[in-house]
Design a binder for this molecule. Sequence first.
Ligand code: FAD
Length: 391
Amino acid sequence: MRFEKLDIAIAGAGIGGLSLAEMLARRGANVVIYDQMAAPQPVGSGFVLQPTGAAVLSHMGLLEKAAERGAVINRMHGKLAGTSKTVLEIGYGKSRHGIAIQRVALFDILLEAAIAAGVTFETSARAVEMNEGERPTIAMEGGRSSHAADLVIDAMGANSPLGHVPAKELGYGALWATVPWPENGPFHPHELEQRYHRASRMAGVLPVGTARDGTPEMATFFWSLRNSDIETWRSAGRAAWIEDVAKMWPETVPFAELAGPVHARYRHHTRKPVAGRRILRIGDAWHATSPQLGQGANMALLDAASLITALEHSASIEDALALHLKQRRLHIWFYQTMSFVMTPFYQSDSRILPVVRDIAIAPTTQLPLMRQLISRLVTGEFLDPVKRIGL
Ligand SMILES: Cc1cc2nc3c(=O)[nH]c(=O)nc-3n(C[C@H](O)[C@H](O)[C@H](O)COP(=O)(O)OP(=O)(O)OC[C@H]3O[C@@H](n4cnc5c(N)ncnc54)[C@H](O)[C@@H]3O)c2cc1C
């Protein structure tokens, strides 16, 4: 398709919306992003850019910038709290690695690239509905409407309000905080480290590099918390939390002392990707899940790149949407299923599942073939998603 003739309206300036907008605009399309925020800004702390997401950023010419900001991750390692028993051991292999990056750093890189490519932003634009058709539009709070486009994209994340009842929240969320990385501390600068107590408590430390030039190296500290316990946690106060942290993982007490944690809640859903004629969902609006497998941001990048290659190889928008779904559906189905199955082993009230995890599953993950399979699963590369989208 000729991109110069395309007129695209995107609701949501998150990872999926921004990367799609940049790639479209750089190819000549007219792109407007509508976001509810008063100014575009990131939500959340840090995450691991896997080789899949890195391949998309490389295609966009932005990988070097992301790598400069982030921290190389070559191992993910988890132990039972208070013991030396390893129950999670994932390596990337010799030639591959993840890049742990602060959300604000990736957001800045994507936003700058989108502006440079000519994307227009409309802020304080809260979408409430979409009107399908040959020239679909986004209806906004206060009676505003987007321009009539050739294609409308719902990139509004897991809480997208469009045309559905939101999926129920998962029982567990987590406190997330970005804290200074302790130089010469007990943590490895290239590893995600986790501790578990049954499946009801999980804590983690991830080095995430710098947000901007000259700012200090940081870490993301996370602490799982049942959503129904959030008020009790708040009223108990910081001293009580620090006491819990000291019992579970004493080395992380300095993080809890400094943290200004935000409580994140998760949903699991796979919605219909096509929400109406010429209306497409990408990223978490299509498929949201707990961050247990750490794929969401990478999936949003893959969705965006897949739509681009599909448009490049199709004669009409309808053909492009069909090709895009063919390229992405299997990978999404597989990861949604895996995440749904695995999350309760790490985040639930079950007493049986963590025992199965520690006694039956953990030892098998040390077998050479299993190690390879698990490595491919966690890096997002199972079923070759990058090849599938023809990047
Ligand atoms: C705590 C936590 C940890 C995570 N860790 C990882 C990880 O390690 N690895 C990983 O790959 N993923 C991780 N994820 C998942 C990842 O953050 C998401 O999958 C990813 O951000 C999805 O991108 P998106 O573009 O679909 O949506 P988002 O990035 O959520 O962006 C949605 C955008 O839509 C806007 N918006 C929402 N509603 C409206 C509206 N009504 N009108 C207009 N605009 C609207 C928002 O302001 C926002 O800008 C984590 C998520 C959380 C919450």
